[in-house]
Write a new protein. Sequence first.
Length: 279
Amino acid sequence: MIKKSIQVKKSSGEKVDFSLDKLKASLHRSGAGENDVSHILNIVRDELYQGISTNEIYNRAFALLKKKKSVFASKYKLKKAIYEFGPTGFPFEKFIGQVLKHSGYDTEVGVLVDGKCVQHEVDVVASKENRTLYVECKFHGEEGRNCNVKVPLYIHARYRDIIAETKIKGALSTEGWVVTNTRFTKDAIEYGTCAGLTLLSWDYPKNNGLKDRIDSLGLYPITVSTLLTKREKNFLLGRDVVLCKQLLGDSFYLDHLGISETRKSKILKDIQFLCNVSG
């Protein structure tokens, strides 16, 4: 037990009380067993000090998980792995397109759509039956930056111009979406909800946020891999391989990278297990 409250510094600069329960929950989500989780918690808890950063706590827990099993570390680093889609954010748009595709939609990324007043480039257009989603992705390459109310305000204006044109053409059902890899501010959520936009962030809506959808669909980004180097990940992203599942089907890219058969087998086995963990 911690005798007194330990203050930790978040990436935003805010100081909050350290939560053992939150750390425990994140470790369990990695797939690690109770004994491994308890062992890691005891080590991290003993190394805490006043003002320690959440990033330092994360790095320590990540290193310990990686020693236990690389796939646990991969799941644990999910949030940070999405930041690795930067700096342009274009791989994030492709990733969201894949998430919607695996949810049953026909998707296109980077589509020019006519509005009533001007033409718009929409990050993702997703269609299912007579329903069309116009999805704008707001990617942040660093932690601590949230989407404020200006984002849904701007996107709502663009969406209204698009649907004004689609109504003329007799489209049946449309939705405007705003997706971010970070979080929405309270005002952004209030405005987006009031305006009828669908908001999707790392943890919003509750229990159906981006992290929940990734886990339930097993759609882990290629950047979660702890066995691939940064250069190798960038090579794959440059060839539109944004999901671990994609690499299982396009493993020949590992041959292009000159990866040995032994290492290739290990990488694919790790990814196969990762995708199967979440079904």
